[in-house]
Design a protein around this ligand. Structure first.
Ligand code: SF4
Ligand code: SF4
Length: 128
């Protein structure tokens, strides 16, 4: 089990209990393209074994499957995404999905191409 994997579980759990501190300003709105449910960056999960462990510790991860990987780790898809890009369990989707895009995004504010949201980094004076 890698350090990155332990960190990814730690931050995942933390996100459910620690109130969001505003780190980014988010503008725009969702155009319901569904791309974010099909290109989920895992930030720390390196392989199927780690995904299975994550699914054991955090059961809502059982909806995700591996679609590929990049320099951050696995890229996941969700089995509840319909062909027309909508969530088929919208009213029961986990907090992870309800909070997206989070104002504490830890990946330098990069959004998926074509996403209707725009992430604006805050200046130092915004915290004063
Ligand atoms: S990628 Fe952006 S616009 Fe598309 S469904 Fe996700 S949040 Fe909405
Ligand atoms: S549960 Fe719904 S909102 Fe969450 S990733 Fe899956 S399809 Fe998207």
């Amino acid at each position: 089990m890698s350090i990155d994997f332990i960190k990814s579980i730690y931050y995942e759990i933390l996100s459910y209990f620690v109130p969001q501190k505003l780190k980014y300003k988010i503008e725009g709105k969702c155009n319901k393209c569904g791309k974010c449910c099909n290109q989920i960056r895992s930030y720390g999960l390196k392989d199927n074994k780690e995904l299975r462990l994550m699914q054991f510790f955090l059961p809502w991860y059982k909806r995700f499957y591996i679609r590929g990987n990049d320099k951050y780790g696995l890229i996941l898809g969700c089995k509840y995404l319909s062909e027309n890009g909508l969530c088929t369990v919208y009213n029961k989707r986990p907090l992870l999905c309800r909070n997206y895009p989070a104002k504490t995004i830890s990946f330098n504010g990069e959004m998926i191409d074509g996403c209707g949201f725009k992430v604006i980094k805050k200046d130092f004076k915004d915290y004063l």
